[in-house]
Write a protein that binds this ligand. Structure first.
Ligand code: ZN
Length: 375
């Protein structure tokens, strides 16, 4: 459930405390606690506030309960009537009380990097380069892009493990008999005959499509073996059968955001000095925002950035009380997932290649009365 909501009358993103303070001033009536909010205020908030992800109305203020049922100090907004739109970041029980992974809370400034980005955001707002309205509009733009480009995750997450095991097995087959040469008792009698390599070669024969699959993966430059590949595997497991955002529709925007983030991370001292740099969510969120307000024109975005950087210092910190959007959270992993899924590779029931190889090796050794394999 969101900790902040967008006020259409204030054209700003507010948390519960800020919202109630404003209403107290407006209605000329103090408030004592979240439990004693006048009905008139509640009615007003139901039409004024929007969900920060899907922009429905119907906000209610609730006090979050701790696990023991005790009321805690943190309050948040709930949107039950008419309720979130499908695919809202706050729509699932999974996201209750959490900040969705693609939203960047700039109010939390524990790290030097986030503080530096917050400073840039506040200055950018003060300079009129962007506003809380443009930040809100960017989220709406992203939400609409997302719901217009959904695809269902059908990828079998075991595909990653299976292909890696086959690759490993292929390396183990080096030094085996060339294809088409029969294994004879004389060959098997070679004291150094490599049974494991021969077994590995026979495993490869069972999966003749592997070479074509690997070729397709390489031709499309799908980086399935790195960290993003691991993340893609876990996403395919977690989101199996669910509809998710297709990253392909933002491929141009992603490329531009990355290069702007790299430029900023490299050429702005406070970010260069901080850990993380260009790949960090807050830097990506700022870069995407600079581009969004300029229709994704990189030159204009860079001149805006230079203008902001020159004016940094002394901006009102409260201006940065916003939830930025990093539309490219896990972008590479989602891209790998989608592209692997598009290859439509069928995964067999048994993907334990190591066990398969060991079974073949044991069988061969028995057939040629060789000594059993070393354990
Ligand atoms: Zn929503």
């Amino acid at each position: 459930m969101p900790l902040t909501a967008y006020s259409t009358s204030q054209r700003a993103e507010l948390d519960v405390e800020q919202t109630l303070k404003r209403l107290a001033a407006e209605f000329g009536q103090p408030y004592t606690s979240v439990d004693a909010i006048p009905e008139a205020w509640r009615a007003y908030l139901r039409t004024d506030l929007q969900c920060p992800s899907c922009f429905v109305n119907g906000a209610e203020i609730v006090r979050s309960a701790t696990k023991t049922g005790k009321a805690s100090r943190q309050s948040f907004f709930r949107f039950t009537t008419p309720g979130h739109r499908p695919h809202c970041d706050f729509g699932s029980p999974e996201t209750a009380n959490t900040v969705p992974e693609n939203l960047v809370l700039l109010t939390e400034s524990k790290s030097n990097l986030t503080r530096a980005v917050r400073e840039l955001v506040c200055t950018g707002i003060e300079q009129g380069v962007f506003s809380q309205v443009s930040i809100r509009d960017m989220r709406e733009w992203f939400f609409n892009k997302k719901v217009a480009s959904l695809f269902a995750v059908t990828l079998d997450s075991r595909l990653f493990t299976w292909i890696s095991a086959l690759q490993e097995n292929m390396f183990r087959s080096s030094g085996a008999l060339p294809g088409g040469v029969a294994l004879t008792p004389e060959i098997a009698a070679l004291p150094q005959f490599d049974w494991r390599a021969e077994a590995a070669r026979r495993v490869m024969e069972r999966y003749p499509q592997h070479e074509a699959n690997m070729q397709a993966i390489m031709d499309r430059r799908i980086a399935m073996f790195g960290d993003s590949g691991k993340r893609a595997q876990s996403l395919s497991q977690r989101f199996n059968g669910r509809s998710v955002f297709d990253p392909a529709v933002l491929v141009n925007e992603y490329g531009k955001t990355r290069s702007l983030a790299e430029f900023i991370g490299h050429n702005y001292a406070p970010l260069k000095a901080a850990k993380g740099g260009a790949g960090t969510a807050s830097v990506l969120a700022l870069s995407a925002l600079l581009l969004f307000v300029r229709g994704w024109d990189v030159s204009l975005a860079i001149s805006d950035f230079v203008k902001i950087a020159a004016a940094v210092g002394g901006a009102n910190k409260n201006l940065g009380n916003v939830m930025g959007l990093n539309p490219f959270h896990d972008y590479e992993a989602w891209e790998i997932l989608k592209r692997m899924q598009d290859l439509k590779i069928a995964v067999p029931d048994n993907i334990d290649i190591q066990a398969e190889r060991a079974a073949i090796e044991a069988e061969l050794r028995q057939q040629f009365s060789a000594r059993p394999m070393a354990v």
